[in-house]
Design a protein around this ligand. Sequence first.
Ligand SMILES: [Cu+2]
Length: 469
Amino acid sequence: MTTHLNRRHFFAGAAATAVAAGSVSRVALAALPEAVQQTSADTAAPWVPPGVTGAGRPYNPVVTLNGWTLPWRMNHGVKEFHLVAEPVVREMAPGFLVNMWGYNGQSPGPTIEVVEGDRVRLYVTNRLPEHTTIHWHGQRLPNGMDGVGGLNQLAIPVGKTFVYEFTARRPGTFMYHPHADEMVQMAMGMMGFWVTHPRQKHPLIDEVQRDYCFLLNAFDVQPGSMTPQVNTMLEHNIWAWNSRVFPGITPLVARLGERVRVRVGNLTMTNHPVHIHGIEFEVTGTDGGPVPRTARWAEVTTDVAVGQMRQIEFTADEPGDWAMHCHKSHHTMGAMGHGVPTMIGADHRGLVKPLQRAAPDYMVMGERGMADMGEMQMELPANTFPMMTGTGPYGPIEMGGMFTTLKVRADLKAGDYRDPGDYAMPTGTQAREADTGQAPAAQRPAAPTPATPPAASARKPAAGAGHAH
Ligand SMILES: [Cu+2]
């Protein structure tokens, strides 16, 4: 877990690039906070702000999956941030690179993390080839700071820097994204997370030991290409968490017994039922704020609809490597799963050899299901994310999208977010091949008799009533 913060001032050295340094005066540049860049897609360690008076009580910082928190500077009581909207190359999984638009070197942009009541000033520099804006999704703010191009403000022209300023009025989970050429800019990955911590102990916001956040996002990257199709509405083939896909998504790590919060925001075009194995959680907050305690119930899957945020909490009290994923099974698959004809049950016997004489690379796939693809060494076009990938200690995991793991361990140190490796299962606690030979025959209950006897013409009665299946 490294941060790779590149603390260069954004405009230093920009003279050689497309942005003309001459278009902004030196005095104006000196007034801007530094635009911190991130060069890594790794999960950054939580960012603990320097001790600042008046910045609120200490809080437990969030950890952004495969992301980072943007450092700020204090300027006469105002927290100042500098976001740079720009083209980036995002590593969505090891070896799978996608041209995106994002902020400060990555897509999604950095997480903005402040405290309730903070005065916040955000400089936004536009290095995209077209105008943009930023909408601060879910915030209470003056109308002119809401970021809807044309409605509330002039769009930020190419090469220009605009400034937004407001007070973070309510604690909670928020997002940011453009409200200018939205379809294109969000399809290209322009979005980020925002967390406002409560200033005082809040009756509905509990203390947790781990606080994770990520955005659900989706792309259409055709096999062999590097740039998303921006006009795709629903048929995306890359289903991502924070612009990463399994096995590129960092596991969520917790020490046995810790309270864990996970904040999820959805900026795709469809809903995602987020499911965690091994524990039950409660939705403790939505886009509108904390959920009253009497309105919470335990569940293992929560649907996050388009434009929504959900904040869930649980006690990590079962050790292991628990799957955590979107429950739409197509969303845990990479490219190539879509549009493949169903071959289950098709008999290829006698066909393969003649076909291979004509086409030596021909292979049968799918007639016994598609699990074979998980271990297939098929040659793919360059930069293609396969349909299923990732290997666990017991073989291929057969996933490739919105999937990661929750790793709960007794021997973790507080605040240690490193991947602890594979879970070592206690002997005798794992599914295994059944011993069908030696065991003495168990007493078998009789099969239940039908409540209503079937009509004689409809079904013949089974020969042996106790017949086992
Ligand atoms: Cu999904």
